[in-house]
Write a protein of this length. Structure first.
Length: 521
């Protein structure tokens, strides 16, 4: 009886984050959960009928998680009168298709703007004041420098989380919540409304100064430099402590956005404490604050957001520019777990998914506008997700350890080495084999995969477009291939297909998963 009770209680715990070695994992129903996700186009979830033909597509691509917006204007059409029919419909349909949901709170800010604020907010410029540009022009952006804006969002988000607890507190269909969407100030680095300028002339808040002082040794270098370049003062106005610059404007703005978001998040978590995170639009190179959506949860502001939003669990990048490794490296500093809530849905995602999960221990991966394909069964992403689905128990068991790693290869980065279990694995792009059919092509698809150690001399290689050779860590002893089997995990059980030898292993020289194949060996 005790055992049964313990299991029942365990199954009823709300999803939460848990450290495993150097990784952070999402625990759902007591077990780690790898999100094979996709984000819906912004307006799709506003109609359950529109969603109907989408669900089978998501299933065909082997998703287990859908990122779907909840729209403030639609759930609170009149102040204080809530309509959760869309949310309830989404919960019901997600359950029917065996999908988990990550809900995106399109509240005060959506890609900088306040387009999802209800009409009763939009219309009342007096009660709900807007941010202003440096030229004093009002923007369709609710200013974070007014408690009435914040409190309106707080009340709505609170109701949403209370409703989720009531409707989903047992089922746990919703596993995480994103608070707001791509917060960022435009077209100036900071808000210039009167309240903002007043706040700007105040001393830097003690909470931020305390955080910076206490974490002085492990601050991200960009912030450290910005602070130290001006003498590293521990009190004074924003200009006294950080100097007068666009970067200081941005830092100031980030702090105030963060405080607003913290109030919203904390109020929501007090109702129903699901893991909550923020996402950011990544700036293009060479842009100054104000020219890109500024002051959002960007890597150079990581510590400011950490200090300002203790209730937020992690910060996440949205990928619409090509520097995948660069931004992931920046986002995984000082223990920030990686989750990719958005990435342009395009060729190459199928390789990046393996890399994110294997190399960065990502919580999940989620291309944007996931329903936009007409051929879901042929999508390469779906083939990766199928492999990740089969391997999830093994991957999740190894995340955070040195028995799992990932690779990402293209024409500019043809090979990568991984040291694991006393061996060096050299992983090359399949097209580096001159006889590979695509080797002569101008464009090479991305190749990617992961390696996982299952025993002293046993490894799993999974992915697409890879050729792997083996060497000892030291010396020049001969390291050979004992045996290679391809196969599948069916209901968690390894089911071998061919034994790969002869030409398939280049007479024992390498392991290969050709471009176009998605395999487990
Ligand atoms: C994303 C999506 C959606 C180098 C864009 C990306 C989504 C939002 N914003 O379709 O609107 O809701 O989070 C902004 C990145 C701009 C492209 C930069 C090109």
């Amino acid at each position: 009886i005790f055992l049964v009770t313990a299991i029942t209680l365990r199954a009823q715990t709300i999803p939460y984050l848990q450290r495993q070695g150097t990784a952070t994992q999402l625990i759902v129903e007591g077990k780690p959960f790898l999100m094979r996700g996709g984000e819906l186009g912004n307006s799709s979830a506003s109609s359950l009928a529109y969603m109907e033909p989408i669900w089978p597509k998501l299933e065909a691509m082997h998703l287990n998680t859908v990122l779907a917006p909840v729209y403030w204007d639609l759930i609170e059409p009149e102040e204080g009168k809530f309509d959760f029919s869309l949310v309830d419909g989404l919960l019901k349909d997600a359950r029917a298709h065996d999908m988990k949901l990550v809900l995106l709170w399109f509240g005060t800010w959506k890609n900088s703007m306040s387009c999802y604020a209800p009409l009763w907010v939009k219309r009342d410029l007096k009660r709900f004041p807007r941010a202003k540009s440096a030229e004093g022009v009002s923007q369709e952006i609710l200013t974070p420098f007014d408690d009435r804006n914040r409190d309106a969002d707080v009340r709505a988000f609170q109701q949403l989380m209370r409703h989720l607890k009531e409707q989903d507190g047992q089922d746990h269909t919703v596993v995480m919540v994103q608070v707001e969407n791509e917060i960022g100030m435009l077209p100036s680095a900071r808000d210039h409304c009167a309240a903002a300028t007043k706040a700007y002339r105040q001393p830097v808040p003690a909470e931020l100064m305390r955080y910076l002082t206490q974490h002085k040794k492990e601050l991200i270098p960009e912030l450290q430099q910005h602070w130290q370049a001006n003498g590293g003062k521990t009190s004074g106005t924003w200009e006294e402590v950080f100097g007068k610059s666009l970067a200081t404007d941005e830092l100031f703005m980030a702090w105030h956005y963060a405080r607003y978001v913290e109030a919203v998040t904390a109020a929501g978590k007090a109702e129903y404490p699901l893991p909550m995170y923020l996402n950011a639009a990544l700036p293009r190179e060479g842009k100054q604050p104000g020219e890109y959506p500024s002051a959002g949860p960007l890597p150079h502001l990581l510590d400011v957001w950490r200090a300002g939003t203790p209730s937020i669990d992690f910060l996440s990048p949205d990928f619409y520019n090509p520097r995948f490794q660069y931004w992931n490296d920046l986002y995984t500093r000082s223990g920030n777990p990686l989750f990719i809530p958005e990435i342009r849905f395009e060729t190459g995602d199928e390789a990046k998914a393996f890399y994110a999960v294997g190399h960065y221990d990502a919580l999940g991966f989620s291309p944007f506008s996931i329903e936009s394909t007409d051929h879901p069964a042929e999508e390469p992403l779906g083939k990766s997700y199928d492999v990740l689905d089969q391997l999830a128990p093994q991957i999740l068991a190894k995340q955070g350890s040195d028995q799992l790693d990932g690779v990402l290869l293209d024409k500019d980065a043809l090979e990568q080495q991984i040291t694991m279990g006393g061996y060096v694995f050299t992983v090359k792009h399949d097209f580096t084999l001159g006889w590979s059919p695509g080797a002569q092509e101008e464009q090479w698809p991305l190749a990617g995969g992961l390696i996982l150690q299952t025993g002293p001399d046993d490894f799993i290689v999974a992915g697409t477009g890879l050729v792997v050779t083996f060497a000892p860590v030291k010396g020049n002893d001969l390291i050979g291939i004992g045996r290679i089997d391809e196969g599948e995990y069916i209901d968690g059980k390894w089911t071998p297909g061919r034994n790969l030898n002869g030409d398939q292993s280049h007479q024992g020289r390498h392991l290969r998963i050709p471009v176009g194949d998605f395999g487990i060996q």
